[in-house]
Each structure stands twice: as structure tokens, then as C-alpha cells.
Design a binder for this molecule. Structure first.
Ligand code: THU
Length: 157
């Protein structure tokens, strides 16, 4: 028998500590919350993905009266990127949210499990780590890769 410890390294930076690329990506994720359609949860999520062609793709959660038919911000962004820029590789991802009180969430918003699995597919296609930036109101958590958010993930390749 052996024990395996899994460590998720997180760097917490203030907004002042972000470099210009990361700050712009987080701002894009925050701005993307404006496109959220969330009349049921009143929780507006925005995601921004920087591609290796220099394009930043954004997405926001889109809810539906039949709840499971809605989709999260991260998946709306990554599927848009995959459909419209099939040759491009993901470089970095940022996620931000505005809560039901209309304010940015105090704590960093993290992708749900299904979004982690979806994003992992694009990290594998990229062939390199894709850092994930999770925006809170005063600091941003930076994870080194999607895989670090989903250890022991299912994978066929
Ligand atoms: N949501 C996202 O957009 N991303 C996540 O990773 C978690 C949850 C959305 C789904 C739903 O529209 C709302 O947030 C509340 O769960």
C-alpha cells in the first residue's frame, strides 16, 4: 500500500500584483458577466479565455426554464472558442461572478465539476498547462493548470 497526497498549488494575488495580461483577462471575465442570462439563480458568471492567436473569447452562464438545459459561463466560452477557433490553443482562463446582491463575489468563483472536465479537454489539446485565474473582490487565485483543479481526472488520451 502507498498513500498519495495530492496538492493543489494556489497563488493568491491582489489586483495590483497581476501583470497586464492577467489583469486584462480578469477584467474581460468580469465584463462578460453582463452577458449572463440568470433569472433563476441571479448568479452571473463570466469566463474569458485567452487563445494563442491573441483573441480573447468570453462567455456567460445561460439559464433555462428547464434548469439542466442551461449552461455555465466556462462551457459557453470554451465551446465557442472550440467552434470558432478550432486551430487555436488555450493559453489562460479567467472566471468572475456577480452574486444575487449585484456585487462581485467576495471569494474567488471556481468552475463546477462539469466545467473542469470540459476545460481539461482543451488543456490537453493545447499540449501545455493552461493557468486558471479565479477572481474574488480583492484577490485573484491563480492555479497552474486545469488539471490541478481536477486531479485523477477521467481521460481517454
Ligand atoms: N455557474 C457557472 O456559470 N459556472 C460555474 O462553474 C458554476 C455555476 C452558473 C450556473 C448557474 O447559471 C449559476 O451559476 C448558479 O449555479
Amino acid at each position: 500500500m502507498k498513500e498519495i497526497d495530492i496538492v493543489t498549488p494556489v497563488v493568491a494575488k491582489t489586483y495590483e500584483e497581476l501583470d497586464s495580461t492577467d489583469r486584462a483577462l480578469v477584467e474581460a471575465a468580469k465584463a462578460a458577466t453582463a452577458g449572463s442570462y440568470s433569472p433563476y439563480s441571479h448568479f452571473a458568471v463570466g469566463a474569458a479565455i485567452l487563445l494563442d492567436n491573441g483573441v480573447t473569447v468570453t462567455g456567460a452562464n445561460q439559464e433555462n426554464a428547464a434548469y439542466p438545459s442551461g449552461t455555465c459561463a466556462e462551457r459557453s466560452a470554451c465551446y465557442y472558442a472550440g467552434a470558432n477557433y478550432p486551430e487555436a490553443r488555450f493559453e489562460r482562463i479567467a472566471v468572475a461572478a456577480v452574486g444575487p446582491d449585484g456585487n462581485p463575489t467576495a471569494s474567488p468563483t471556481a468552475p463546477c465539476g462539469a466545467c473542469r472536465q470540459a476545460l481539461l479537454e482543451y488543456e490537453k489539446r493545447a499540449g501545455h498547462n493552461v493557468p486558471v485565474l479565479l477572481a474574488g473582490s480583492s484577490e485573484v487565485y491563480i492555479l497552474p493548470s486545469v488539471a490541478s483543479l481536477l486531479p485523477i481526472a477521467f481521460s481517454e488520451f
